[in-house]
Design a protein around this ligand. Structure first.
Ligand code: ZN
Length: 204
């Protein structure tokens, strides 16, 4: 039996998706929806949709290793580093509809720290792909864990999913929370509690 590969590609794809081909496909979708792609309001829509899809999936084409490796520093600081309330916007891979919210990312360094601005950047790289919230949470945590070799990493994502809120008879407005605790955040309830208390007051 052949297993279908469900994991998305890990390596950055350097080639930009071809706009013209996407545009003609968007035009076909508009026709299938019963619309007239030639009417004034829709005339430039295929171009805009293709461009925005390319932008919203630009995370596939960023070299995560290069971005992180240039921003690692040796430091003896050994307290928790927390960046909270990082806004992100992503697309659910099941419906291509947005899910968006905030990420809270912490790590406990072990000789190495990362430039603070790289943490929101990392969140953005993984958000700008077709995603599920669970995988995005793991990817952020595992990347920091692999690159920094810290004592621990904690990531919490809170997000609203428009595929849940816009579709179906019932609308669900409560945000979905996912988390990934690695190392000391997994092992030590006190460290985990400290982190969770620090992020608790955050709201979308
Ligand atoms: Zn969805």
């Amino acid at each position: 039996m052949t297993r279908i590969k469900s994991r998305p590609p890990k390596r950055a794809r350097s080639v930009e998706p071809p706009l013209e081909r996407m545009e003609s496909r968007v035009r076909d979708i508009l026709k299938d929806l019963g619309e007239d792609p030639q009417r004034e309001g829709l005339l430039h829509t295929p171009h805009r949709v293709a461009k925005s899809l390319r932008e919203l999936t630009s995370g596939y084409r960023v070299d995560v290793d290069a971005m992180i490796n240039g921003a690692l520093f040796t430091e003896s600081y050994n307290e928790m580093v927390l960046v909270r309330d990082i806004s992100f916007y992503s697309l659910c891979e099941h419906h291509l509809l947005p899910f968006f919210g905030r990420a809270h990312v912490a790590y406990l360094p072990d000789q190495k720290i990362i430039g603070l601005s790289k943490i929101p950047k990392l969140v953005e790289i993984f958000a700008r792909r077709l995603q599920v919230q669970e995988r995005m949470t793991l990817q952020i945590a595992e990347t920091l864990h692999d690159k920094l070799r810290p004592k621990g990493v904690a990531v919490v994502l809170e997000a609203r999913h428009l595929c849940m809120e816009m579709r179906g008879a019932e609308s669900h407005h409560s945000p979905t929370t996912t988390s990934c605790m690695l190392g000391v955040f997994q092992r030590d309830p006190r460290t985990r509690k400290e982190f969770l208390e620090l992020v608790k007051s955050a709201a979308i």
